[in-house]
Design a protein around this ligand. Structure first.
Ligand code: ATR
Length: 290
């Protein structure tokens, strides 16, 4: 069902309200994450799934500043519309060229991208000091998630190699980030792996039912970090192979949880924590073993 702002669940004006917009939106885990934090922090608020049909998105975004909502997350297929409708894009949104989080400030629609900061916060937690001596990074994939990951790695000073099945997409992405980012075919990944101190999978390869990554894990450096943005399954074949080689591994769920911190803080004015209990809650919902 598609909601207009007027059909949103009735809440008293004292309840702080945010949500996630998409079409479809039923799969989003964001309500579970933000609902957990609202309860933990004792905030009188709610965070809803809001299904918005593609033909209704322009109207929805135009009405958002006066809707009573504090803002929302944006998922497919509305990210481009949100980017176009935002009255103020912060530096991160401009650098990445995509947004996933909107909030109302001074009556204006503001936008940012929380995926890049979420990727960094997760790595900082799981592998402290990982970017102390930035070297080369290898990013597999050149879609929306890769844009955020490349931005994040550039923020920390890494030279980035992007390897993608459709090399033109890698080239477009590399161009966006300048001379320290290069584009390659996906089948060049194995040859590039030996010089990377971190390898990040942003492709959908490794998700349940998909093909494995075409990457010879024996070519990774013995101290390379292996990070995946896929979290279904939590331990992808790429991460399992990295673990078998005793490499530090970083799964995609941590990025999902850490990126949510930014939006929550904007809307509800408190900084929540990513706890083992929250992780467990989402894993249980995903039906994953620990
Ligand atoms: P997202 O926005 O989540 O990153 P996306 O834009 O659809 O999603 O990007 C998915 C990534 O997975 C792309 O890099 C895609 O490669 P292409 O640009 O060549 O499409 C990659 N991908 C998906 N299926 C793949 C496959 N079977 N083999 C290799 N790469 C694949």
């Amino acid at each position: 069902m598609s909601h207009t702002l007027a059909d949103l669940p009735l809440a008293s004006p004292t309840i702080a309200r945010a949500g996630v917009i998409g079409w479809p939106v039923a799969h989003s885990r964001s309500p579970l994450i933000h609902g957990y934090w609202l309860a933990q922090l004792g905030i009188n608020g709610r965070y809803d799934r809001i299904a918005v049909r593609p033909e209704d998105i322009s109207r929805f975004l135009a009405d958002l500043p006066t809707s009573g909502l504090l803002g929302c997350n944006v998922t497919v297929p509305h990210k481009e519309a949100a980017f176009a409708a935002a009255e103020r894009l912060d530096d991160i949104a401009l650098a990445i060229g995509a947004v996933n989080t909107l909030w109302i400030e001074d009556g204006c629609l503001n936008a940012t991208n929380t995926d890049g900061p979420g990727f960094l916060a997760n790595l900082d937690e799981i592998v402290p000091g990982w970017s102390a001596k930035p070297a080369a990074a290898l990013v597999l994939g050149a879609g929306g998630a890769a844009r955020a990951v490349v931005w994040a790695l550039r923020e920390r000073g890494f030279a980035v190699r992007i390897a993608n099945r459709t090399v033109e997409r890698a080239t477009d992405l590399a161009r966006r980030f300048g001379p320290d980012v290069s584009a390659h075919r996906l089948d060049a990944a194995t040859g590039l792996a030996g010089e990377a101190s971190i390898v990040v999978n942003t492709t959908t390869l490794g998700m349940a039912g998909s093909d494995p990554l075409p990457l010879d894990m024996d070519r990774l450096r013995p101290d390379a970090i292996a990070a995946d943005i896929v979290y279904t399954p939590l331990i992808t074949p790429f991460l399992a192979a990295a673990r078998a080689r005793n490499l530090p591994t970083v799964d995609g769920l941590g990025m999902l949880l850490h990126q949510a911190v930014v939006g929550f803080s904007r809307w509800f004015g408190a900084t929540p924590r990513v706890t083992p209990e929250l992780r467990r809650l989402i894993l249980d919902d995903l039906g994953e073993a620990a």
